[in-house]
Write a protein that binds this ligand. Structure first.
Ligand SMILES: [Mn+2]
Length: 317
């Protein structure tokens, strides 16, 4: 594995950091930890972060330094893409990545082919933030950087509940909380608590979900009309699939929510036997063994049937 210093060569004076579309805790934690680490330790370097709109529950990571939402037409010496499995999935400003004099990719998706000049991809790691923790010099991680890294690790492991959590993950988390911050508050406010409208969406989606115990499969949809009824948007639906995944007897959970008139997003979760990253990959998406996703334009019922068949096959039902 490389170190971060090997990616930031002497010639680099300006750096941009980008992540994936619809950023989650790991993505924003990774983007903002890189910016913070550069700010703290590389006085000669100017670093800018790019990300699509930050969901409410992650706003505490934002600080008062602006995050660029779109292309600012600058050419950076180096653009670092984090937590993004595919060049096509870069959110906010893919042009910034394309235009950069040099590119780097730091990621933990097994499906990542390596699309930058320098690629640092560790498919077995819990999170992009854990990978960054390993690349950074431990003694130069500030409290602010630690908050970002810890948030990313907690989010991508659903609070250390997935098997991707290794002894090393927990050692990294232990090291980070030694920097002194309210980690219980991060878990509570960004991961566990839900807004009232999110809770209302979860209630209706759960009520309308279809559970097929004989197939160990559960699916649910949130069309635009349902989202509009509660004033919820795609970024308010992040916790729905985790909630559905708490239902016993469903090895695989599929939650589809409509993004616009033509596009849906499918989120997959599995508990212990099925690798849903393979399913998502075959449908043009990506992800991890226990959590993966993809976009689609078909009717959601068509997708539910495809996934159901695959679950049956995988489980030899
Ligand atoms: Mn991630």
């Amino acid at each position: 594995m490389k170190t971060f210093d090997e990616i930031i060569t002497d010639q680099v004076r300006t750096v941009s950091v980008v992540g994936h579309v619809r950023p989650d805790g790991d993505c924003l934690g990774a983007v903002l930890s890189v910016r913070q680490y550069l700010k703290d330790n590389y006085p000669g370097i100017e670093a800018d972060a790019f990300a699509e709109e930050v969901p409410q529950y992650l706003r505490f990571l934002e600080k008062d330094i602006p995050i660029f939402r779109e292309d600012n037409h600058r050419t950076y010496d180096l653009c670092i893409s984090v937590d993004c499995s595919d060049k096509e999935r870069i959110g906010a400003a893919p042009e910034v990545f394309e235009r950069a004099l040099k590119t780097a990719c730091i990621d933990h998706h097994e499906t990542n082919p390596g699309y930058a000049d320098v690629n640092c991809i560790e498919g077995k790691l819990s999170s992009a933030c854990e990978l960054l923790y390993r690349l950074f010099d431990k003694n130069r991680i500030s409290r602010e950087t630690a908050v970002c890294l810890y948030t990313g690790m907690v989010h991508d492991t659903d609070c250390f509940r997935y098997e991707s959590t290794s002894p090393e993950t927990l050692r990294a988390a232990a090291d980070l909380i030694e920097k002194g911050f309210d980690f219980a508050k991060i878990i509570r406010e960004s991961l566990v608590m839900r807004s009232w409208k999110e809770a209302a969406v979860i209630a209706e989606v759960t009520e309308k979900a279809v559970f097929l115990p004989e197939d160990q499969f559960l699916y649910a949809f949130a069309p635009l009309e349902l989202q509009e009824k509660y004033g919820a948007a795609a970024q308010d639906l992040g916790s729905v699939v985790s909630s559905l995944n708490e239902i016993a007897g469903a090895e695989v959970v599929l939650f589809c929510y409509q993004l616009d008139r033509n596009t849906w997003k499918g989120s997959l979760r599995s508990k212990e036997k099925v690798n849903v990253a393979d399913f998502a990959k075959d449908l043009g998406g990506g992800g991890h063994m226990r959590a993966a996703g993809f976009d689609f334009t078909e009717e959601p019922m068509v997708i539910a049937e495809i996934i159901r068949e695959r679950v049956r096959k995988e489980l030899s039902l």
